[in-house]
Design a protein around this ligand. Structure first.
Ligand SMILES: Cc1ncc(COP(=O)(O)O)c(C=O)c1O
Length: 349
């Protein structure tokens, strides 16, 4: 069986974790500090604050820029529920926007329709590893929280994603671009936001005047993150190579392939095709030993019984995520393309 996702952990990663465990200093310490500096330097921001997950990163990101009770936060409907819950944690009200069907990223036009005088932030995920049109969103004049959970290393006009917004949030969950098992980070250039992030991340020896959390990362997670970060460029190259192989193999299939725009170098966190008989293809692939998945289980508006999100609906109906990760072997890639070429509809000649 070829799984849908799988982390790549090598001997060097294991040795890095093992060294920290042997040191006796296993909670948040110098390695976390080093990891924060390494990620912020890589992305090109002044500050990094490591934390326990992408969801805690989004929560801290929102409260650090002053989002609170009664404020509204705009986000796409076609995303996992993490940004929704992070907004509720901040006491704010999530407002859902539709996406562009082409690249699954938030639609600027739809965002405009959901702005109000109560809007305090827009959460902007760079979906499946491809940058969104961040310039157009920045021009709206509302603080942007970039959600880079799926896009560490992706670029927009030659600049790393995560360096555009007021704050940006990353996830290092097991299957992300790099992993610390669970984990996250917030990046910013603003000293004021940085101080708040550090203030809220943990509770010890601090005033009771505002709510504090325990969202810390451990040093053994950070050691894994540092070791993984060294391999990120290789991971991205391998993902792009696999995407290229898929693009070539599926070029005569009657499906929509992921778009890659030269100004937005995708890191292919996911390789998502659009196919009309998606559920059948997914089941038949599974019967042949290949796990493909709906990349987003359900659009958020459908949980809430809301209407008016046609692109999110179409994306939910048709998209299928095909395994793409650095540890896939050439034999596995061959099996994936052969299996899917047999199942996918062909273009009429
Ligand atoms: C776009 C997006 N935002 C946030 C998250 C949440 O990250 P975590 O699972 O680390 O809390 C994820 C995780 O899948 C994600 O894909």
């Amino acid at each position: 069986m070829i799984p849908h996702s799988k982390p790549l952990i090598d001997q060097e990663d294991m040795a890095a974790v093992s060294d920290v465990l042997a040191s006796g200093n296993i909670a948040q310490g110098v390695k976390v500090n080093e990891f924060e500096q390494a990620v912020s330097q890589f992305v090109g921001t002044k500050f990094g604050v490591a934390c326990s997950s992408g969801t805690s990163a989004l929560h801290l990101a929102l409260i650090s820029i002053g989002v609170g009770s009664g404020d509204e936060v705009v986000m796409p409907s076609y995303v996992c529920s993490s940004p929704y819950f992070a907004t509720l944690h901040a006491g704010a009200v999530p407002k859902l926007a539709d996406i562009n069907f082409l690249d699954f990223n938030i639609s600027v036009e739809s965002v405009r329709e959901h702005l109000s005088e109560k809007t305090k932030a827009i959460i902007v995920p760079h979906m499946f590893g491809a940058a969104t049109e961040i310039d157009e969103l920045l021009a709206l004049g509302v603080p942007i929280v970039e959600d880079c959970a799926q896009s560490l290393g992706a670029q927009y006009k030659g600049q790393q994603v995560g360096s555009f917004g007021a704050v940006s949030a990353f996830s290092f969950y097991a299957t992300k671009m790099i992993t610390t098992g669970e984990g996250g980070m917030i990046l910013t250039n603003e000293p004021e936001f940085y101080n708040k992030l550090v203030e809220y991340r943990d509770y010890d020896k601090k005033s009771l005047s505002s709510t504090k959390y325990n969202y810390k990362m451990t040093d053994f997670q950070a050691a894994l993150g540092l070791s993984q970060l060294k391999k990120l460029q290789h991971f991205i190259e391998r993902r792009r190579q696999i995407a290229y192989a898929y693009n070539t193999s599926f070029s005569d299939c009657n499906i929509e392939l992921p778009v890659d725009n030269p100004s937005k170098k995708s890191v292919y966190f996911r390789y998502v095709i659009k196919v009309s008989n998606r559920d059948w293809v997914q089941q038949e692939a599974k019967n042949s030993g290949l796990i493909c998945q709906k990349p987003i289980y359900q659009s958020l508006h459908t949980y809430l019984g809301l209407l008016g999100y046609p692109n999110s609906d179409r994306a939910t109906e048709r998209s299928l995520s095909i395994p793409i990760y650095p540890s896939l072997t050439n034999d596995e890639i061959e099996k994936i393309t052969q299996t899917l070429r047999r199942l996918l509809p062909q273009k009429h000649k």
